[in-house]
Structure formats: structure tokens, C-alpha cells
Design a protein around this ligand. Structure first.
Ligand code: ADP
Length: 384
């Protein structure tokens, strides 16, 4: 039953050959009946049944082919009538009737063409509504993913903030409670630890704020000429390394063009990562060398002795909220924003950042970035 009711619709979309067979099949039924009635009962009116194959053709074919079929059916009917009358000179009344029949068939064709048009419009509307529904579903899924991401982000940021905050609060409470009972050295050590906790809080907040500002270009860059060695030494002096040793291998004469605040944040992020992800009592080395590039650039590299990063995971780094699988499950805290921010800052200053690692534990990772180099005045003169 179901297939019978959908047959007319499915016929419209059937292959061309199947539609031609359907039309010819219809003619093979209608024409013999017409011939039989005409010659057996002299029923001239039966010629009007030629409207049936025309209707079928109009339904299953596009208008152009339907017109051709209609002309063919009309010519065949006219021939049949002439055969029955043994002349092409029909009586006037028959001409009148035939021409009226042609008019009816033209109207029939027009109606079917309109029907086709409306069916196509409704199919297009249905397609559009389906597409809109799909887009709505995608937007809904996207929204849900965003909400999950937001929750994860809030969770990890609040977790990240809580740890140094507890540390700062703990040292301040100790100082409040035992401030006058402890010696000066211990007091200074407590204050120093509280201060380092504040530094860590500041770095997390800068990363979070930086990540939401990027793309909006709120803070313009303040590019300055900076002597590389003294700038990095100064930045590193304010970074607390509890369990690691930091070594600098930077030539004294290099001058870079960079935004001091952003360079500081990049270095703090990289050093903080090196400390977080490599075992205690290992060495972190910051080196610098002149890039062999068309533009004068300096490459700054930070080598640690941590677990390294597998080659297939390297492309995942430097994206927002991106953390390695092992660290998502592990005990080391992180927001996955540090490298993302560092990339934006380095690129903003005209450089690039990447990581080199064999992915072998102990061999560590080497995070490198480039910055613009200023040529010393003497060398510019020499070049000139
Ligand atoms: P966070 O450290 O806060 O998670 P980052 O953007 O700084 O965010 O780092 C992204 C991820 O890259 C880290 O979660 C860690 O999995 C990996 N990673 C970064 N630095 C190192 C490193 N020195 N050694 C090994 N893995 C690292």
C-alpha cells in the first residue's frame, strides 16, 4: 500500500529509461483501447483519451520532454482519426472538437508545469529546512562543547590559582602567628616564598587575561632596544627556582628589539614549564645564538632535562588550552595557556617559536624562539 501511494512520486525521480518505458507502456494500453472503440463502436469521442498519456508524460518528464510527448500523442491521434475517416479532410465539427481537445491538452500541460514548479519549490524549502536543522544541531553541539571547555577552564584556573594562594596565605599566617618568635633569616625566607607565590599568581592571571585579549589588540607593543644578556639575567633573577639550576649561555654583545614585558612573560612561561615538567636537581640552560637568516635575528633556546615531547604530540602544543595527555592525567597543574600566550607574544614581536625534542625521557625538550636583532653600529658601518 505504502509503495503504491509513493509510486507516483518515486516515478518522477526514476531513471530516464524507466520513465520512457512507463510512458510507452501507457500508450500501449490507451491506443489499442482507442482503436478498438473507434473501429468497433464508431466512438469518435474516445480520441479524448489521448489526454491520459499526455498527463502521464507531463507528470514524469520535465516540461520540454512532456511537450514533445504531447505533440507525438496528438499527431498519432489525428492519424488514427484520419485512418478511421479514410481522409484528412475531416468534417468541421470534428475539427472543432479536435482543436478544443488540443486546447485542453495545452491547459493540462500548463497545470502540470505549475505543479512541477511548486513541487520543486517545496523540495527546495524542505532541503533548506533540513540544512537549517543541521546547522542548528551543529551550533547546539558547538555551544555544549564551549560550555564543557569553559567549565574545564574555570576548574583548572581556580585550581591553578588556589595552590599559590594557599602557599601565600600559609606563609603570611606563619609570619602573623610566629613573626616575633622566629629569626630574621627564617622570616626573610617566608616572605620570599610568599612573594614567589604572588609571582606565580601574577603569571597565571597574566596568561588568562592575555589569552582573552589576544585578537583584540588592546595593549600596543612597546618595542625597545634591549641588551639580551643583561635583560635575560635580570628577568631570571626574579624567578624563583627552588629545585633546579639555571645556566645562561648568552653572548654579551647581542642587542634585540623586543617588548620587555612580553619577553619577560615568554621566558617566565618557558622556565616555569621547564621546572614543572623536569625532575628536581636538573639543569635548565638558556642559550642564544645569531640566526643564519636573511633578516638579522637571534635564536633563544631553553633546554631542560625533562621527559621530552613525542614527535606526534608536538603539533598539538601552542594551541589554546592544549596539554599533553600524560599531563592531563598527571599531578602537574596547568591551564594549557602558557605556550599559546608565548606564541602570540613572540609572533607579535616578529619572531617564531617552536620546540625540538626526541621524546626521550632525560634528554628533555628544547623550546626555541627568535627575536629581531639590532646590528651593532660598527658592523652596520662595516657593511655599508
Ligand atoms: P600548562 O603548563 O599550564 O599546562 P602550557 O601552555 O605552558 O600550559 O604547556 C602546554 C603543555 O605542554 C603542558 O601541559 C605540557 O603537557 C607540555 N609542556 C610544556 N612545556 C613542557 C616541557 N618543558 N616539557 C614537557 N612538556 C611540556
Amino acid at each position: 500500500m505504502q509503495s503504491l501511494s509513493t509510486l507516483p512520486l518515486s516515478l518522477r525521480h526514476a531513471p530516464f529509461r524507466a520513465r520512457v518505458i512507463t510512458f510507452l507502456g501507457c500508450c500501449c494500453i490507451v491506443f489499442p483501447i482507442m482503436i478498438f472503440c473507434l473501429f468497433e463502436f464508431s466512438d469518435v469521442e474516445i480520441i479524448t483519451s489521448c489526454a491520459i498519456p499526455v498527463a502521464v508524460a507531463s507528470w514524469i518528464f520535465r516540461p520540454r520532454i512532456a511537450y514533445i510527448c504531447a505533440v507525438a500523442v496528438l499527431v498519432a491521434s489525428a492519424l488514427l482519426l484520419s485512418l478511421y475517416l479514410h481522409t484528412f479532410l475531416w468534417p468541421f465539427r470534428l475539427w472543432e472538437g479536435f482543436l478544443f481537445g488540443v486546447l485542453v491538452i495545452i491547459i493540462e500541460l500548463g497545470c502540470f508545469a505549475l505543479l512541477h514548479h511548486f513541487l520543486e519549490l517545496s523540495a527546495a524549502a524542505k532541503q533548506q529546512s533540513l540544512q537549517a536543522e543541521q546547522q542548528l544541531n551543529i551550533a547546539y553541539e558547538h555551544q555544549q562543547q564551549l560550555e564543557i571547555l569553559r567549565d574545564q577552564f574555570l576548574m583548572s584556573v581556580s585550581h591553578e590559582l588556589r595552590t599559590p594562594l594557599t602557599e601565600v596565605k600559609g606563609y603570611i599566617n606563619l609570619l602573623l602567628e610566629y613573626g616575633n618568635k622566629i629569626d630574621d633569616e627564617t622570616r626573610a625566607a617566608f616572605m620570599q616564598s610568599a612573594s614567589y607565590g604572588c609571582d606565580e599568581l601574577e603569571l597565571i592571571i597574566s596568561n588568562v587575561l592575555g589569552s582573552s585579549r589576544i585578537g583584540q589588540e588592546i595593549k600596543p607593543l612597546s618595542m625597545q632596544e634591549l641588551p639580551l644578556l643583561s635583560t635575560i639575567t635580570e628577568i631570571c633573577e626574579h624567578i624563583y627556582l627552588e629545585e633546579h639550576t639555571l645556566r645562561l649561555a648568552i653572548p654579551a654583545d647581542l642587542i634585540i628589539l623586543a617588548d620587555r614585558q612580553q619577553l619577560r612573560q615568554v621566558l617566565r612561561n618557558l622556565i616555569s614549564n621547564a621546572c614543572k615538567y623536569s625532575p628536581a636537581q636538573t639543569l635548565i640552560e638558556i642559550s642564544a645564538l645569531v640566526e643564519d637568516d636573511s633578516e638579522p635575528m637571534v635564536r633563544i633556546c631553553l633546554q631542560d632535562a625533562g621527559p621530552g615531547i613525542a614527535a606526534d604530540e608536538i603539533p598539538l602544543l601552542f594551541h589554546k588550552f592544549s596539554r599533553l595527555k600524560r599531563d592531563m592525567m598527571g599531578s602537574v597543574r596547568g591551564t594549557g595557556l602558557g605556550l599559546y600566550i608565548s606564541k602570540q607574544f613572540v609572533e607579535g614581536m616578529g619572531g617564531r617559536i617552536w620546540v625540538e625534542s626526541a621524546g626521550v625521557a632525560g634528554q628533555g625538550s628544547c623550546f626555541c624562539f627568535t627575536l629581531k636583532r639590532l646590528l651593532p653600529v660598527t658592523s652596520i658601518k662595516k657593511d655599508a
